[in-house]
Design a protein around this ligand. Structure first.
Ligand SMILES: *Cc1c(COP(=O)(O)O)cnc(C)c1O
Length: 430
């Protein structure tokens, strides 16, 4: 399987090349030249197959011969080595809990898969690979955890000092080994600017093999299909679900649509956005107008120009009507999100995080207009990651999950640096 650049100016790349490069040299996103379809008999018997087998069958066509089957089996099993349960919230709504991984957010799945693929590819490289990322919180933790102990790959993470939550900071700074945390005296934009400058620095790139681990990388994007299949394995209603996806950069939702294209039964997708509503407005009036991101309580979705949306448009390029049939988008305010957290806890005894709450609100609204349907939403983070907001609405302390107990006792180790590129450059040269 080859991947074309949506920029249209680069030669196609295989999975290895696309994973190592991240973004195509022309600045475009990689997109598979052909969308694979799964065997109908296999899909019909989804419940009979193991999760490992399903994940392998889903991803193998994309990986092609760049990773031998045995190694890919191992990578896939390792990626999904934690539960992903579908939990009933009320009569017509279920929650796909994607927060049982090591950093308690769904990004673990993409990050774990990508890290293991890159680790495999690093074996064939003479130079050590350095993954360089700027994070405003969640991505960095998932990447750090995913790459920890992966041989042949170093990870350097820049985060804004004082602007990530205490849990997030611990997740970034306590691993050690091949993970280096740089605490930047500045904001997230400074971190991102410094990283971008490093990628443009030819002399540095001769010295170190730099790659990114952001959500546009095909090795982070494509494995997100897995859990849509796992959801359907656990789905017992007679008709396929409506699926609401809390969306920011739209990688997660785009993976769901890929799963549907491959044959997974889904009746409709809802892009559940906060007030960053570029896509809801686009679906309404056909105009795509990017904006500066606005801050909300579901901050992992504060994106004003979602990078993966072009991939969704590409899937429907030859069938624009299909886009509107299959996808709706809604924008939910912080007040509505808070009310949902409060009411769902009070009435249904289910504790939502702010991102999942946006998904629940969107789905609940849809089902109110479509009697007889039922659906699921993706619960993308554990509520403990946003304790202030959640505890204020539920009026109760959130029990600390086991995965976090020992984390909070760990010693922070980060290098404090000013927000100047030269300082980062010196560090990377040494
Ligand atoms: C990243 C993130 C999202 C948004 O996912 P996209 O793939 O960027 O749309 C939603 N919720 C949480 C908790 C996240 O960390």
């Amino acid at each position: 399987m080859l991947f074309n650049s949506l920029g249209g100016k680069t030669a196609p790349a295989d999975f290895r090349e696309a994973t190592i490069q991240g973004q195509a040299p022309d600045g475009g996103l990689y997109f598979p030249e052909k969308l694979p379809a799964l065997d109908a008999a296999f899909l019909k018997d989804l419940k009979k197959h193991s999760r490992e087998e399903i994940a392998f069958r889903v991803i193998q066509p994309f990986v092609g011969n760049t990773i031998p089957e045995n190694d890919l089996h191992e990578i896939v099993s390792d990626t999904i080595a934690f539960p992903i349960p579908l939990v009933k919230v009320d009569e017509s709504i279920e929650s796909l809990e994607l927060f049982h991984g090591p950093t308690l957010a769904f990004k673990d799945i993409g990050a774990r898969f990508m890290s293991r693929c890159l680790g495999y590819f690093a074996r064939g490289e003479k130079r050590k690979i350095t993954v360089l990322v700027a994070t405003s919180g969640d991505t960095g933790g998932a990447v750090a955890s995913g790459f920890h102990h992966v041989e042949g790959v170093d990870v350097v993470i820049l985060y804004p000092s004082g602007k990530v939550s205490p849990v997030q900071e611990k997740q970034l700074t306590t691993l050690g080994g091949n993970i280096t945390a740089l605490e930047v005296e500045g904001n997230f934009d400074d971190c991102q600017r410094m990283v971008k400058q490093a990628f443009r620095d030819e002399a540095l790139r001769k010295h170190r093999f730099l790659t990114s681990a952001n959500s546009i990388n095909v090795a982070r994007w494509l494995p997100q299909q897995f859990y849509y299949f796992f959801a359907l394995q656990q789905w017992n209603a007679a008709t396929p679900p409506v699926i609401a996806v809390p969306s920011g950069n739209f990688g997660n939702l785009c993976a769901g649509i890929m799963a549907w294209k491959a044959g997974l039964p889904v009746s409709h997708f809802i892009a559940a956005c906060n007030i960053n509503d570029v896509v809801p407005r686009f679906l309404q009036d056909g105009k795509y107008v990017p904006e500066a991101a606005r801050a909300t309580i579901s901050n992992a979705m504060d994106v004003g120009d979602p990078s993966n949306f072009v991939r969704i448009l590409e899937i429907f390029r030859e069938n624009p009507d299909g886009l509107h049939q299959m996808l709706s988008a809604v924008s939910i305010t912080d007040d509505e999100t808070r009310a949902t957290i409060r009411e769902v806890y009070r009435d249904l005894n289910y504790r939502l995080d702010p991102h999942g709450a946006v998904g629940y609100t969107a789905l609940h609204r849809w089902l109110g207009d479509h009697a007889g349907e039922s659906g699921l939403f993706l619960e993308t983070a554990h509520p403990i990651k946003f304790p202030e907001v959640v505890e204020a609405e539920t009026g109760e302390k959130i029990p600390i999950p086991g995965a976090l107990l020992h984390l909070l006792d760990r010693e922070k180790s980060a290098t404090l640096i000013p927000n100047r590129y030269e300082v980062l450059r010196d560090l990377l040269f040494n």
